[in-house]
Design a protein. Structure first.
Ligand SMILES: Cc1ncc(C[n+]2csc(CCOP(=O)(O)OP(=O)(O)O)c2C)c(N)n1
Ligand SMILES: Cc1ncc(C[n+]2csc(CCOP(=O)(O)OP(=O)(O)O)c2C)c(N)n1
Ligand SMILES: [Mg+2]
Ligand SMILES: [Mg+2]
Lengths: 358, 322, 358, 322
C-alpha cells in the first residue's frame, strides 16, 4: 500500500488515524531518538555539558501529546519531554539550542541548564528543576481555560518518583473538585534516579491513586504507541467536553542512565538493563507499522535520510549560534516595559523599571 | 474624602479592580461565602460569583501554584493566604516558580499575580498567628513586596500591585485592619510601587519603618519632639524594590538613622536597610545606624508597661476581661 | 446488672471491653463535653481568649485513642483533640491551663495559643498551627519505633480539610513503603472552617485514598463509639504486629462554630445545624449503655457529680495559676544545657548556650 | 595527618559518628546504594544497612518531617537534601516545626537533627543547581546554620552538629567537594559550633566570608598583600549563632570591613553581618562597611575574565571542552 494513498490501513482505522498520521507519529518517535542519541554523542565529545534523556519514553510522549491542539491547548512538560515538545511544535533546532544554551535558545535564551524546555509560542510552559511544581501550573492554566471559556485543555507530564510530591496531591484534588480540563501523565520508568519503584511507592500503579481524587486513572503500556494514543484521546476529549481530569500512567523504560552525570550500573544489574531493551517503543512501533504495510522500505529510507538531515542541521545550527551576551544576564528579573497596556493616566507604570538595587 | 478602615480600603481595592478588569480572580481559603477570616473579601463572592471568587481547599502550595498557572493563561489572580504564617507550605512555588518564571524563560512568560496575607503581632496570635515573614521574600529576585500602612496607601498600592506584571506579595498588618482609619478617595487612584513616603519631616534623625511600625515610628517621633529632637520618619511602603534614594536622601540630611521592624532582628529586612545606609551614607553618619526589632524568638514579644511580655492570648484577657 | 460486677455485658463482650471500660469510655466522652462547654462559658465571660472545640468529635476520639498503650505509644494530636489528650493521659487541669496559658501549662508553658496541646510525659506531640505537619512527625516516630524495635505505635489525627495538604500525600506514601506502625485518623466533620466537603474534595471519603498508598482505608460512623473502637483496635493491632499503616476516617459532626472567632450561621443553614445534632455521639453512646443496662441511674449520677467536680476543679486551678514570667520568654529557643550526655572530652558543649545575638 | 578532599571529610564524619552512636540514621534521595548524587554517603549503606541508611522517595517535606518525628522518638537523623535548591518544599517543616518544637513546648521536646545540603555556584548549575539558601534559615530562631570551608572544619563541625541537640542546617559548597583538600586527623576531634576562625591575620582591613568565599577572601588578601595592604580574613564557619565577638574584635582593630557572600546581595546573610558591624563597631570604622555579593538575579552569575557571565553550563564547555 502506497503511503501517498490517503486511505487508512486497518491499523490506522482501528484507532482513527490515517496512515500519514501514523507515519508522522513514527517519524517523531524516531526523530526524537536520533536527536537524543546525538545529544549523548555531543556530550561525550565535550560539546554540551549535560544530557537528560527521553530514550524509552518517546512512544508514549508522542502518542499522548498527539490529541492536543497545537498553539491552543497547553502542555507543562518535564526534562524528559523531548518528544512531547517536538510533537507540540518545537523544532530540533529549538531542542539543541537549549542544550548549547545559545542566545537564541527559545526555552530560556541560554539561561537554564540543558533539558529545561519551554516555548511561549507553542504553549509549552517553561520547565524548572524542582520536580512536580509544573502540575499546579497546568491546573491553573486549566482553571483559567474554564473561567475564560477558551475550550483549552492542559496536560502535564512527570515521572512516577515526582508524583509523590505534595504538590501532586494538592493539585489533583483541586482539579477534580473543579472538573478542570486537565490530563496528568505519569511516565513510570521504575526509577527515580537510583531509587527503584518499590522504595518510591508501595503500590504497583500511580494510577491507582486517581480514584481517591475522583478522576479516572488509566494504566497503559508505554511501548504500545497506539494504545497510548487511544487512551490519551479519550482523556483529552473528556477534558474538553467538561468531563474533568484524567490520570494516565504510561509504563515506560529508561534506556539510559538518569542523566549524563549518573552511572546506572551501580544500582541496576546487567540483566535488568538487557531485558529492559525489550520494552523499547521504537522497534515495537516500527514492527507494527511494517506488519501493517504502512512503513515500507521506501518510506523508511526516506524517513531515515530526513531525520539524519534534520538532526545534522540542528547540530550545526546550534553549534554556530552565539552565546548569550553577558550584559543581558541582569535582564528580565522583572518586566522592563508595560506589556499589557499603556500606563494608566495616574502613571503607575511600575514596570517602568524598578532598577534593581545592587 | 470618606474615612475608611484599613481593611475596608483593601476590600474596596479588590472590588474596584475586579469591576474594571474581568481577568481578576480572587482565591483562597474561606474567601467565598464567609468573606475571609478577617472579612477582607466580604461581599466579593456575592458580587462576582463562583468563577471569580474561589474557595480553595486547605492547600497553600496549590493556591500559589494554581495562581501561577492561571496567570500564565490570561488571568490576574489575587490569592489570599489566610495568615502569613501559613505561606510557608507555598514557599517553593513562590521562590522557585513565581519569582523565576520570567527570568528563566528569558521574558517569554510572566506571572502577574498578587498574594495577600495578614501578618504581624499584637493580636495574641503567639507563635503561629503573629509572624512577620517579609524577609524571606524581600531577599528573592523576581518578587516584589509591599506593606502598606494607611488605608489610602493600601488601596492605591493594591491597585498598582494587581496591575503590575510581576508577582507581588502584599502583606497587611492584621492589628491595623480595624484599628487604623484614614481617608480614601472614591475615584481611581494609585500609589506607585517602589516609592517610600516621608510621613514626617525632621532634621536630626531618620526613622525608617513600614506597616504597623510606621505608625509607631510616627508616635515616637512626636514624643521625642517634646524633648527637642527632630525626627524624620520614612514609611517604606514597598520593601522590594526599595526606594533607596528616599532613604539615603533623608539620612544624608539628618546624619542619624534608626531602622524599625517587628520581625525577628537577626537577618530581618531592616538588616538590609541598615547595611545600605551604613555603606552608602557613611560619610554623612554621625552615629551608628541602629535597629530596633523583635527579639530572636519564635512568635512575637510585645512591649508592655512592665517590659517585654510574651504575646500570648491568655494573659491579657485575664488582666483586662474586655 | 451491677457495675461492680466485673462480668461484661453483651454489649461489652461483643467488642471485648468490660463494663468498667465502657463506663470509663463514656466518662471520658462526657467529661470532654463538659470541659469543652466550660471553655465556651469562660470565653464568653472573657476569661479565656479563644476556644477551638471538639464537640461532636469526642466519641470517635476516645474510642480510637483507647487501644493505644499510654506512655508507650505515641499520638500527634490536633487542635480538636481534647478527648484524645484526656484519653491518652492528660488531665482536665492540663487542658485548662493551656486555655489560660499559665506558667505551668504542660503543653507550652503559656507560650502557645489555646488549643495547642502537647505533653512530653504522655507521648503527645506538641501541636503547632500549620495543619497536617504532625502527620510526618508521627510517621517519623513510627520509623524510629521500627528502627529501634520499640514495639510502639504512632497515631495522628486531623480534619478532612487538612488531609488535602501535600504533607499527607508524602507521609502516607512513606509510611506504606516502610510498613510503619502508624495509624492515620481523619475526623471528617464536613467543613474546613466555612468550606464544605464538596469544595474540599471531589470524593465522598478521604479513606478512598488509602488504597492508592497501599494501606487499608476504613470509614466509620464517628458517632458509633464502639464501632470506632473496633476499627481502631484492628488498626493498632495491625500496626504493632508489622502489618503496616491504616487510614481510619471517622465521620463526625462539628457541633459548634469552627472556633470562638467564627460565625457559622453565615455559611450553614439553621436546618443543617439542627439536623446535625442527631449525629452527636454523646446521647447515642449514652442510650446504648443505658439500653445494655450498664449505665444505670446510679452510675450516671455518680459520673455527673464527678465530672462536674473535676471540671470545676480544673477551672479553679487554672484560674489561680500564675502567668508565665515574662523574663522566661527568651528561653528555650535552643538547648541551654547538654541534656543527653556529659560534654565530651573535646568540649564541644555547643549547647552550653549560644547566647542569642540581640 | 592525611590529606582528604572536602567530601571525604564529610563522608568520614558521618561514618565515624554512625559507628559511635547507633541512634544516628542517614536518609535522603539516592543516599543508599548510589551513595548520593555527589557520593557524600558512598559506602554508608553497605556498612550500616537499610535501617540506618534510607533511600527516601522524592519528597523533601517528608524527609524533614520524618526526621523531626524520628528525632522526637530517640534517633539522630542526618538528612540529605540532594541540592540546597530543593530544600524549599520542606521550608514549612523546617521553619514552622523543627525550629520551634523546643520553644513551643517550653523545652518539653527537642529536635536533634542535621540537614546536609550542597549549595553554591560555579558548577554550571544555573537557576536551580547553584543557589545559596542560607539567608532563609539564618533568619530563623531555633535553627543553627553551619557552612564549613575546609575538610578539617567540615568533619569537626559535622560531628558537633550531629551531637547538637537542636536542628542544624549544614550547607556544603558543591564546588569544593573535590577541589578542596586539606588535612584531617584520624582520631575524634570536633570543631565547636558558633566560633569563627581568623584564617589570616592582618591590620588594615577585615574580610569576612564563609564557604567558598572564605577561600576567595584568602586569595584576594594574598593578592592585595603585594600592594602593601594587610587584610585579616575571618571564616565564619557557623552563621547562626554568629560569633559576633570575633568579628567585632577584628574590625575594631582594622577599622575597615568587607563582607563577602555568594548569595544574592539584597537581603543576604552578609547584610546582617554588615549591619551588626556598622552598629557595634561604628566608632572604630574609618570607612564604610562594604559588601561584595552575588547580583540580584535568580541563579548565579560568575565573575569571568570578560566580566560577569551567566553561570550556565553550555558556554564553558564549548570554550574549553574538558
Ligand atoms: C524537588 C526536587 N528534588 C530533587 C530533585 C533532583 N532530581 C531530579 S530528577 C530526580 C528523579 C526523578 O524521578 P522520576 O520522577 O521518576 O522521573 P524520571 O527521572 O525517572 O523520569 C531527582 C531526585 C529535583 N529536581 N527536584
Ligand atoms: C497550613 C494552614 N493553613 C490554614 C490554616 C487555618 N486553619 C486552621 S483550621 C482550618 C480548617 C481545618 O479544617 P479541617 O482540617 O477539616 O479540620 P476541622 O477544623 O474541620 O476539624 C484552617 C483553614 C492553618 N491552621 N494551617
Ligand atoms: Mg522515574
Ligand atoms: Mg473538617
Amino acid at each position: 500500500m502506497a503511503v501517498s494513498d490517503r486511505s487508512a490501513s486497518h491499523l490506522g482505522e482501528a484507532v482513527g488515524l490515517s496512515d500519514e498520521q501514523l507515519i508522522e507519529m513514527y517519524r517523531l518517535v524516531a526523530l526524537t531518538r536520533a536527536l537524543d542519541e546525538r545529544m549523548w554523542v555531543l556530550n561525550r565529545a565535550g560539546r554540551i555539558p549535560f544530557v537528560i534523556s527521553g530514550q524509552g519514553h518517546e512512544g508514549a510522549q508522542v502518542a499522548i501529546t498527539w490529541p492536543l491542539r497545537k498553539q491552543h491547548d497547553w502542555v507543562a512538560p518535564f526534562y524528559r519531554s523531548i518528544a512531547t515538545c517536538l510533537t507540540f511544535g518545537m523544532s530540533p533546532r529549538d531542542i539543541l539550542t537549549a542544550q548549547y544554551a545559545t542566545a537564541n535558545d527559545p526555552s530560556s535564551g541560554g539561561r537554564q541548564m540543558p533539558g529545561h524546555y519551554g516555548s511561549r509560542e507553542h504553549n509549552l510552559v517553561s520547565v524548572s528543576s524542582p520536580v512536580a511544581t509544573q502540575l499546579l501550573h497546568a491546573i491553573g492554566i486549566a482553571l483559567a481555560a474554564k473561567v475564560r471559556g477558551t475550550d483549552q485543555v492542559a496536560m502535564t507530564f512527570m515521572g512516577e518518583g515526582s508524583s509523590n510530591q505534595g504538590d501532586v496531591h494538592e493539585g489533583l484534588n483541586f482539579a477534580a473538585i473543579h472538573k478542570l480540563p486537565f490530563v496528568f501523565v505519569v511516565e513510570n520508568n521504575g526509577y527515580a534516579i537510583s531509587v527503584p519503584s518499590a522504595k518510591e511507592l508501595a503500590v504497583e500503579d500511580v494510577a491507582s491513586r486517581a480514584g481517591g481524587y475522583g478522576m479516572p486513572g488509566l494504566v497503559v503500556d508505554g511501548s504500545d504507541v497506539l494504545e497510548c494514543y487511544r487512551v490519551a484521546t479519550e482523556a483529552v476529549d473528556r477534558a474538553r467536553s467538561g468531563g474533568g481530569p484524567t490520570l494516565i500512567e504510561a509504563k515506560v523504560t529508561r534506556l539510559t542512565a538518569h542523566s549524563s552525570d549518573d552511572q546506572q550500573t551501580k544500582y541496576r544489574s546487567e540483566e535488568e538493563l538487557a531485558s529492559e531493551k525489550a520494552r523499547d517503543p521504537l522497534p515495537r512501533f516500527r514492527a507494527q507499522l511494517v506488519d501493517a504495510g504502512i512503513l515500507t522500505d521506501h518510506v523508511e529510507q526516506r524517513l531515515g535520510a530526513d531525520i539524519k538531515a534534520v538532526v545534522d542541521d540542528a547540530t550545526q545550527y546550534a553549534e554556530s549560534q552565539p552565546d548569550p551576551d553577558p550584559s543581558t544576564a541582569m535582564r528580565w528579573v522583572y518586566a522592563e516595559e508595560w506589556p499589557s497596556e499603556a500606563p494608566p493616566p495616574w502613571g503607575f507604570g511600575t514596570a517602568g523599571g524598578h532598577a534593581e538595587e545592587h | 474624602m470618606p474615612a475608611k478602615t484599613f481593611i475596608e480600603a483593601i476590600r474596596e481595592g479588590m472590588a474596584d479592580e475586579m469591576r474594571h478588569d474581568g481577568s481578576i480572580i480572587v482565591l483562597g481559603e474561606d474567601v467565598g461565602k464567609k468573606g475571609g477570616v478577617f472579612l477582607a473579601t466580604d461581599g466579593l463572592w456575592a458580587e462576582f460569583g463562583d468563577d471569580r471568587v474561589i474557595d480553595t481547599p486547605l492547600t497553600e502550595s496549590q493556591i500559589i501554584g494554581t495562581s501561577i498557572g492561571a496567570a500564565i493563561n490570561g488571568l490576574r489572580p489575587v490569592a489570599e493566604i489566610q495568615f502569613a504564617d501559613f505561606i510557608h507550605p507555598a514557599f517553593n512555588q513562590l521562590v522557585s516558580e513565581a519569582a523565576r518564571l520570567r527570568y528563566r524563560s528569558n521574558n517569554g512568560y510572566s506571572c502577574p499575580m498578587v498574594v495577600r496575607a495578614p501578618y504581624g503581632g499584637g493580636v495574641h496570635g503567639a507563635l503561629y498567628h503573629s509572624q512577620s515573614v517579609e524577609a524571606f521574600f524581600t531577599h528573592v529576585p523576581g518578587l516584589k513586596v509591599v506593606i502598606p500602612s494607611t488605608p489610602y496607601d493600601a488601596k492605591g498600592l493594591l491597585r498598582s500591585s494587581i496591575r503590575d506584571d510581576d508577582p507581588v506579595l502584599f502583606f497587611e498588618h492584621k492589628k491595623m485592619y480595624r484599628s487604623v482609619r484614614g481617608e480614601v478617595p472614591d475615584g481611581e487612584y494609585a500609589v506607585p510601587l517602589g516609592r517610600a513616603a516621608v510621613t514626617r519631616a525632621g532634621t536630626q534623625l531618620t526613622v525608617i519603618g513600614y506597616g504597623l511600625m510606621a505608625h509607631y515610628a510616627l508616635e515616637a517621633a512626636e514624643r521625642v519632639a517634646d524633648d527637642g529632637i527632630s525626627a524624620e520618619v520614612i514609611d517604606l511602603r514597598t520593601l522590594r524594590p526599595l526606594d533607596k534614594e528616599s532613604v539615603l536622601d533623608s539620612v544624608r540630611k539628618t546624619g542619624k538613622c534608626l531602622v524599625v521592624y517587628e520581625d525577628n532582628r537577626f537577618g530581618g529586612y531592616g538588616a538590609e536597610v541598615a547595611a545600605i545606609v551604613a555603606e552608602e551614607a557613611f560619610d554623612y553618619l554621625d552615629g551608628p545606624v541602629t535597629r530596633m526589632a523583635g527579639p530572636d524568638v519564635p512568635g512575637v514579644l510585645q512591649p508592655r508597661p512592665r517590659g517585654l511580655v510574651h504575646d500570648q492570648p491568655g494573659e491579657d484577657r485575664r488582666r483586662d476581661p474586655d
